[in-house]
Write a protein that binds this ligand. Sequence first.
Ligand code: BGC
Length: 749
Amino acid sequence: MRNWPFISVLALALTMPGCASVRTALSPAPAKSAATGAKPGAAAPWMDTALSPDARAELLEAQMTLDEKISLVHGVMATPLTPEQTIPAGALPGAGYVPGIPRVGIPALKETDAGLGVAYVMGLRRDGATALPSGLATAASWDRAVAYAGGAMIGQEAWRKGFNVMLAGGVDLERDPRGGRNFEYLGEDPLLAGTLAGEAISGIQAQHVVSTVKHFALNDQETGRQYLNVKIAPAAAHESDLLAFELAIESGHPGSVMCSYNRVNGPYACGNNWLLNKVLKTEWKYPGWVMSDWGAVHGTDAALAGLDQESGDQLDQEVYFGAPLLAAAKRDPVYAARLDNMVHRVLCSMFAAGLFDHPPVKTAIDFEADGKVARKVADEGIVLLSNPRNLLPLSATARRIAVIGGHADIGVISGGGSSQVAPKGGPVATIPLGGNTPLESFMHQAMYMPSSPLEAIRARAPNAEVAYNNGAYPAAAADLARRSDVAIVFATKWMGEGSDTPDLTLPNGQDSLINAVATANPNTIVVLETGGPVLMPWLKNAGAVIEAWFPGARGGEAIANVLFGAVNPSGHLPVTFPAALSQLPDPVLKGRDLPEGRPFDVSYREGADVGYRWFARRKLKPLFPFGYGLSYTSFAFGGLQVEGGKTVRATFTVTNTGQRAGSAVPQVYLTTGPAGEGERLLGWSRVDLAPGETKTVTVSTDPRLLANWNAAAQDWQIAGGRYAVAVGTSAQTPKLTSEADVAAQALEP
Ligand code: BGC
């Protein structure tokens, strides 16, 4: 563990025993323990909670037969893929199932998607789960406590439904705003994404549910995800996507890492010796187990490359970790040793997360309490993008309010794919978006959560006349807007797993709708429910704009809270909103123009300069920069002092200079370093302030953020010299600047 300044993480690391004794992937199994012959059950020595998870795993492994070991390292997708298929007895319908071994008391692994709530699989089951807002909303909160609370809530629901593994922890960086799964992830910056993923994972695992971190690695687009080959220099990878994983792993201690579908510098990620054995298990000393993504294994030799468990094995060409691995282990001591290590890793994580000691108990869910957690994430994640005339917050005195479009009468949209959560009683509407195959059609559906913004607005403005128009005809919507004091237009952009969007427009003519309404009434507020950044050709005409992302189970209420000022917005963008496609490293998404199934290489031009760093390098002015977000109050910053030495530490004051209580999110950036390092987020703080209040804030920097990865020496190295630092309200809005000397050093691994 490196020094990490956040108390909640430290506290957790101290209270949750991990799998500390790390054996490298190919090292031989330990000598058999003296526990031979012990009986399972309470008396079994591995059930002694005074022992470390490692010691317990070792005692248990020693009792297992070869067949039992094999059965622990592969599992099925526990979803009938055709009407004839059934799921194994004892399995829960969900993403995955690895049978237990009752003879020695090993519980089955019952796995559910995903990071936004209990999805079972693709929201097929409708017995109800609470949907968090999208990952981007959590990231926009910049709030560690909110990320932890969201994880704890969904982990608790998973446990109460009988699951003990959650396939959560998505932390792939947003390299391209068209990426179909960006909404599940936590944005474009490794520090922000890795920190919040670590919190969410900790929250889940505190419920005795193993969390993954996924998809390892560089699974940054959906187009060609099964066969594209990401070509990236090890240094660029370490300083970007891998750093997000590294931070999430060291603070969250996920029991498992899910490797991804794509290839990285040649080999598939799930059979990639460099990624799994070298980076993950040797450099980072990761002690847990690597599970494959579903259908991502291409051979038994993936075991030697560091894969520990084959998931959804009926989706692979063969059950590579079944009979073929058994035969290899009988024949070849290297495979036999590897199998022992694979089993050790699985068992150790199971012990560490409490799967043996605190098995799930099916119990009722308190949807009211859990809904509040989801609403809080949405409250904090909504970003006020534009409010030039202070049209927001709306006063309760507005007499006639027009609510237009976005199905705001019934609910809020959610993102699609394996992370799709279905609320209790099912979604209030499911809109088919079409596809060329049954699977595509199944994946492409827009589900609406039953949290109507229209009703929430009516509840906040009981004396107003609130009328709804569905926005199908811009002229009719404009008529209603003209007759109203204020018009609120809802615009949606669905995104989902398995496909990227071709561009950054709002679909279905919604730009024309907004233009027509804003022309009819300048008091037009645009509420965006999108999977990520969109272009806003109507921005100058809009009276105000908020980005509500996919706002989850109680999204309608959260939107109304912000519109009426019950919540003072404090969300800040975790991604850059480009002004045009031409600003992106690749104006045409890689592989988009190729026939389906044709393998291709992706050499991301931006290297480690993902998102705002690319914009800084190219001196581009985005529509809205990373880190940006307005408030109903105003903040002033002062007294910056930057201390150098081994790292940098910035101390400054933040004052609420407005009339309302609010939360500031000052961000500390490296603007230049002696080795030419460009813009990098070094840290941030969320500061709650009453009107007139001032607080002093100190932000310490993880030295890796000042360093570059040296591929030859295999370590992080800081060039000694003067580092320029800015405190800003976004990556492009510095408020205070200073400099400090930092010592040249190679960081200890
Ligand atoms: C997705 C994973 C998911 C798994 C199981 C895969 O297609 O990429 O994120 O956890 O399915 O549903």
